[in-house]
Write a protein that binds this ligand. Structure first.
Ligand code: BTN
Length: 253
């Protein structure tokens, strides 16, 4: 795949594994032992203990999907601005998908949806050093050719389900590396206003009336009006504006 990537550094080093428990876990260990070059990608044909957000797991049928981690060193990014990296990565993925589908949305904080169906999950693990980010492990699970999913998953989809054809995983990975790099370069070039504007433009349910749920199950209706610098979701409801982190609110689809 490396020779096919039309990138400066993302995906130029590609470490492929037949099976790994978690590509993120492997990448975190690698970064703590060596200093792999920026843009190194670790991919597993079969990821056996994939990790998801907020302690969830991520399951993927062996050989059907992309499960990979990208190593970046966004040293220019102060920790308090780390959500900009989430925004850049989510945009890189949605830019790629937008070539094929018009209703691609970023569901806060960084799930990628087609319509009301989840096609991709992102798990970013930042290794901090003082007030800066020393290294960032970007874990991406993109459903590509899997068409049957665990019925307990709320609304999964895949490229193959949406397009009605099977795709070549290496080609998808090569193109994704390009889109991810373009957005990461915008971040490096200190273009936060572009990233923030594009993120809001693509945000699922932005400025629409929608139903949400507190962790105790209580429902409320409101409108997403933005995200804070720290990445909290800003929802306007009948009592004013409230800011939520990912454990404090969920969408009722
Ligand atoms: C989520 O939506 O909860 C995030 C899922 C992230 C899954 C990817 S698959 C590759 C990488 N390795 C992991 O263990 N998790 C991420």
């Amino acid at each position: 795949m490396s020779n096919l990537t039309n990138t400066l550094f993302v995906g130029k080093v590609l470490l492929r594994f037949e099976a790994l428990e978690s590509t993120n876990e492997y990448a975190v260990n690698l970064v703590s032992k060596n200093k792999p070059s920026e843009g190194t990608v670790i991919t597993a044909f079969d990821q056996t203990k994939g990790r998801g957000q907020i302690g969830r797991s991520w399951s993927s049928e062996p050989g059907k999907n992309l499960t990979f981690s990208l190593i970046l060193y966004p040293k220019m990014l102060p920790v308090r601005h780390q959500f900009l990296l989430n925004q850049a990565i989510a945009l890189g993925l949605s830019d790629y998908l937008r070539q094929y589908f018009k209703d691609v949305r970023i569901k806060w904080p960084n799930d990628i949806y087609i319509g009301d169906r989840k096609i991709c999950g992102i798990l970013i693990q930042n290794l901090l050093s003082g007030s800066n980010i020393q290294a960032s492990i970007i874990g991406i699970g993109l459903n590509v050719n899997q068409c049957e999913f665990d019925p307990s998953l709320p609304n999964p989809t895949s490229l193959a389900k949406e397009m009605g054809k099977t795709l070549d995983l290496d080609e998808v990975l090569a193109k994704l590396c390009e889109s991810l790099e373009l957005r990461y370069l915008q971040l490096r070039a200190d273009k936060p206003s572009i990233l923030k504007k594009d993120y809001l433009e693509q945000l699922y349910r932005f400025q629409e009336s929608a139903l949400f749920q507190y962790p105790d199950g209580k429902l409320f209706s409101g409108q997403i009006v933005g995200v804070t610098e720290a990445g909290k979701l800003r929802i306007h409801h009948q009592n004013g504006e409230e800011h939520f982190d990912v454990r404090e609110v969920s969408f009722v689809i």
